[in-house]
Design a protein around this ligand. Structure first.
Ligand code: HPA
Length: 275
């Protein structure tokens, strides 16, 4: 048996020994939405370091936990602490938890992130449903040995973001009075932000927002036939759109300001999702 498959089986076996919860939906949340994790009913928390073969978190003393439980009448699994390419992880490591969450039973995944708005009609604080993406990380998590049991070698990316979930999110957003945009998300390796010239270029090739995450997870989720919903929070206007510098402080400040609406939106979507 190929090594990745054997590793995944061992990860899943370990989790099954801790809990028999079979999640329906996986949540991969951008930082700042940790409050959502606190709303999970009867949470079962499993440290990444205890799960065989799981990648290890590197960020600010944050150990990282997989949390399983109920939220809005759905059985969910979420990562408290996620992995970014800019931290030095391989794309295979970043996406390993997606494979585990699917093998635990999650048929859908909601993935969120912070991004800079390239589209000049967007405003700081807007939430953007991701309709398509541009992989400017320029690596593919599926590169390397192929494991047939995990999905096709050549993955169709014509509809990476589930059209029914997009329609559902639009409807829920309207009903909840949340100002929703829709557009194309572009991810670069980071951690430096883009230059104004890069942003002008990305606008020309059709990007509406720029970030540093999400796309590897989405590629793997699609290989495994998961339904994907992606939502970006426009934490700032991208470099050069306004005559000012970017700062991580602005990203944090916007995340903080918007998180109430963002969490309400995710919960309302979860409630109405068919699983
Ligand atoms: N660029 C890339 N990633 C980001 C940005 C940005 O402007 N804002 C938040 N994450």
């Amino acid at each position: 048996m190929q090594k990745m498959l054997r590793n995944l089986r061992q990860s899943v076996d370990y989790i099954h020994a801790v809990t028999d919860i079979q999640p329906q939906v996986a949540l991969i949340l951008g930082s700042g939405l940790g409050a959502l994790v606190r709303d999970i009913k009867n949470p079962v928390k499993i440290s990444y370091e205890n799960i065989p073969h799981f990648p290890m978190a590197t960020v600010e003393g944050h150990a990282g936990e997989l949390v399983l439980g109920s939220l809005c009448n759905k059985r969910i699994v979420t990562m408290s602490g996620r992995f970014h390419f800019y931290e030095g992880h391989s794309l295979a490591d970043i996406t390993y938890p997606v494979r585990v969450m699917k093998l635990l039973g999650a048929a859908s995944v909601i993935v969120t992130n912070a991004a800079g708005a390239i589209n000049r009609t967007f405003k700081v604080g807007d939430l953007m449903l991701i309709s398509d993406h541009i992989n400017n990380i320029k690596q593919d998590p599926l590169r390397g040995e192929h494991v047939d049991d995990l999905g096709p070698r050549f993955v169709d990316m014509t509809y990476p973001y589930d059209r029914d979930l997009l329609a559902l999110a639009e409807r829920v957003g309207r009903r909840e009075g949340i100002h929703i945009q829709k557009g194309v998300y572009l991810a670069s390796p980071g951690p430096s932000y883009e230059t104004p010239a890069e942003i002008r270029g990305y606008a020309m090739i059709g990007a509406d927002a720029a970030g540093m995450s999400t796309i590897p997870e989405v590629i793997v989720a699609r290989q495994m036939s998961m339904r994907v919903l992606g939502i970006s929070c426009m934490t700032n206007m991208a470099a050069g759109i306004l005559e000012k510098s970017l700062s991580h402080a602005e990203v944090i400040e916007t995340t903080r300001r918007v998180k109430g609406d963002f969490i309400r939106f995710i919960k309302a979507i979860l409630k109405e999702m068919k699983v």
